[in-house]
Design a protein. Structure first.
Length: 650
């Protein structure tokens, strides 16, 4: 069955379209014609045969059919997306289909599927894109049920990077779901299907008040058919991550309306999670799925940055290597403010922002550390200030005291790095939220004069790029960044995750993924490459002779003859004198190509009169005639299994 709105293939038991959300209780799906698929396949093959060899249909979406094909010029596999012929007359679907190609083609990102060609051949409207061999996230969930936390973290980092890039270019995807997240050969997540994506300056293709998307993954504002921005995509990505973590979507219902209502009104279910990694990941998902857009992560870069470094948004980090834990420097995270509800706002109340518990724990530790440092500094300030004031004003002595001056000089000389330690202590003290107020109170209480106010220099803004330093690259080795060969080992890069690959002939390849953030200097040491052992050629197969000797495997698989040998006479042996009864035996008779008998052997060693055995062998060799076996029309030597029995002489 097919959806009457978008043409997507649906099951007979479906209650609404999984692609556009059309409720089948009000309309009837279209029954497929038996010859439609074959006709479309033949027409596409005929129209595109000059450049691409269409091989097989990969699947059908809301408004397209995807085929696997072979690029005849470049000899590579590609995927070709074709608008169904039944929708080719609809200008709205044609515009949406062509806009998907234009939208995806302008987004050049390693985690967004690349578009190779857009065109029209006869009645076939199509575009050609990269063929991804890793399948889709929905297929993987069907096989495994759920993903490990580290797999979900990697998927979120890579997909967030792709969404952040699209959002910076004014593109909102609006249909994030497992079907539209695929995997390449290296296991990287690739974002696909911008069929209903909307540019900030693009033309609106949906009617006023019409929601479009997949109901299970709609954000609350999308379910209300309100204006969307990139935070709607982050909500949908949170639903996908929840499904990967628990094995089921957070909200389900009988129809699209009930599911959308739950997205708007109900809180996200709290699953039972066994590991700390899963529980921490759930807190990230819960923040992504906040009902109010202002309560979520505000950008995709915030999600990727937290998952890469484990530091809350607002904290800057430094990192020296991919395996080293990030360190927060001179930055205090602030609690997100609760968004006031505008006057006259309709709909359910917004959910107050709840910071992720991991952020709260770090904040409390920093506040406690700041209060302790404040107390120590205040005590030192009062003690030194009081003693100095008494020495200078009451006694009229010089400042600083000679003894103190000499002691400080000796201490600095005897303790290398003492100045650095004081600088670090002062820097740590700046992290406390109440430091300025504490210093102001201490100054007011003390009688010590202050010559000049000490101003804290303004924080230096972070540069837009980070630095990647690759060390230990072996001689005669080549290294690439996201598939592009490089010559320099120090690069200034935009913030995202990069794939490094170092290769050398006859050595194992080193490959790793490295996140680079703004202002970071990431050092990646290349370990010593392991030399590959020379591969020994496989020994030639041992030929097995099934024809030279008789036995259980004789003429196995018909390898000895096509037509077997046969006797021309009845194998009745006259009994020799002294033998009575009806003895019998089984012989193997070698029948030569000319029909003459050769070697004759007993088939078994059953007990029988020895005189009868001798008589049977002699009779089979001298008295009987045979027809030779044939192989490929030629007569060949062969063995004949011949049962014989004795008869009394007449």
């Amino acid at each position: 069955m097919y959806c009457s709105r978008c043409g997507a293939e649906v099951s007979d038991q479906a209650k609404f379209c999984p692609s556009c959300g059309l409720d089948f209780s009000t309309v009837t799906p279209i029954a497929p014609e038996e010859t439609t698929e074959a006709t479309e396949m033949d027409a596409v093959r005929q129209a595109l045969d000059d450049e691409w060899g269409v091989e097989v249909e990969l699947g059908r979406g809301g408004m397209a059919i995807v085929f696997k094909a072979r690029d005849k010029h470049l000899e590579r596999d590609v995927a070709i997306k074709v608008l169904p012929f039944s929708l080719a007359f609809d200008k709205q679907f044609v515009e949406r289909f062509q806009r998907e190609a234009r939208t995806a083609a302008r987004l050049e990102h390693p985690y967004i599927i690349p578009i190779y060609r857009v065109g029209k051949s006869g009645q076939v409207i199509y575009f050609v894109m990269k063929y991804l061999r890793g399948g889709s996230l929905s297929e993987r969930l069907e096989r495994t049920g759920k993903l490990r936390p580290d797999e979900i973290r990697r998927m979120l980092i890579e997909t967030s990077g792709a969404l952040g890039y699209a959002h910076r270019h004014g593109i909102v995807h609006r249909d994030i779901k497992p079907d539209n997240i695929m995997f390449d050969e290296m296991g990287h997540s690739i974002l696909t299907d911008f069929g209903i994506a909307k540019a900030a300056s693009g033309t609106r293709l949906t009617g006023t008040g019409m929601s479009i998307g997949t109901p299970h993954y709609m954000s609350p504002e999308q379910a209300r058919a309100q204006q969307l921005d990139g935070r709607s995509d982050l909500y949908a990505l949170g639903v996908v991550a929840y499904q990967c973590l628990t094995g089921e979507v957070p909200f389900d219902g009988e129809d699209a309306f009930s599911i959308g209502y739950k997205h708007i009104m109900e809180e996200i279910p709290s699953p039972a999670l066994a590991t700390p990694e899963a529980r921490e990941l759930y807190e990230v998902i819960r923040k992504m799925m906040a009902k109010a857009p202002d309560d979520r992560f505000q950008t995709a870069e915030e999600i990727a940055g937290y998952l890469q470094s484990g530091v809350a948004p607002g904290e800057e980090t430094i990192r020296t290597s991919p395996g080293e834990a990030p360190k927060a420097v001179l930055s205090t995270p602030t609690l997100p403010a609760e968004t006031p509800k505008p006057t006259g706002q309709t709909g359910p109340p917004t959910t107050p922002t709840t910071p992720i518990p991991l952020f709260q724990g770090r904040r409390r530790r920093k506040q406690r550390r700041g209060l302790v440092l404040t107390g120590v500094l205040t005590a030192l300030f009062l003690g030194v200030g009081g003693a100095g004031g008494y020495w200078y004003f009451v006694l009229g002595a010089e400042w600083p005291p000679p003894l103190l001056d000499a002691w400080l000089a000796d201490s600095n000389a005897a303790l290398p790095g003492a100045d650095d330690s004081l600088d670090v202590l002062a820097a740590d003290s700046l992290r406390a939220d109440s430091l300025s107020d504490s210093l102001a109170i201490a100054t007011a209480d003390s009688a010590a004069p202050v010559d000049s106010a000490v101003e804290t220099p303004p924080a230096t803004p972070l540069p837009p790029t980070g630095t990647l330093v690759l060390t230990g690259v072996p001689q005669r080795a080549r290294w690439s960044l996201d598939g592009q060969l490089q010559t320099d080992t120090v690069l200034a890069l935009l913030p995202r995750t990069y794939t490094i690959r170092v290769s050398r002939t006859n050595y194992e390849t080193f490959e790793t993924s490295v996140p680079v953030g703004r202002g970071e200097r990431v050092r990646v040491p290349v370990p010593a490459l392991v030399r590959l052992r020379p591969t020994e050629p496989a020994p030639p197969p041992v030929a097995v002779d099934y024809c030279s000797e008789p036995g259980a495997d004789y003429n196995k698989d018909g390898s000895c003859f096509d037509t077997g040998p046969r006797p021309n006479d009845l194998p009745l042996i006259p009994l020799p004198a002294g033998v009575s009864g009806s003895p019998s035996a089984v012989l193997w008779v070698q029948v030569m190509a000319n029909g003459q008998p050769g070697v004759v052997k007993l088939f078994d060693d059953s007990r029988r009169p020895r005189l009868f055995e001798i008589a049977a062998i002699t009779f089979a060799r001298r008295e009987m005639t045979y027809t030779a076996a044939t192989k490929a029309g030629r007569r060949v030597d062969s063995w004949l299994r011949l049962p014989v029995r004795g008869r009394a002489r007449q």
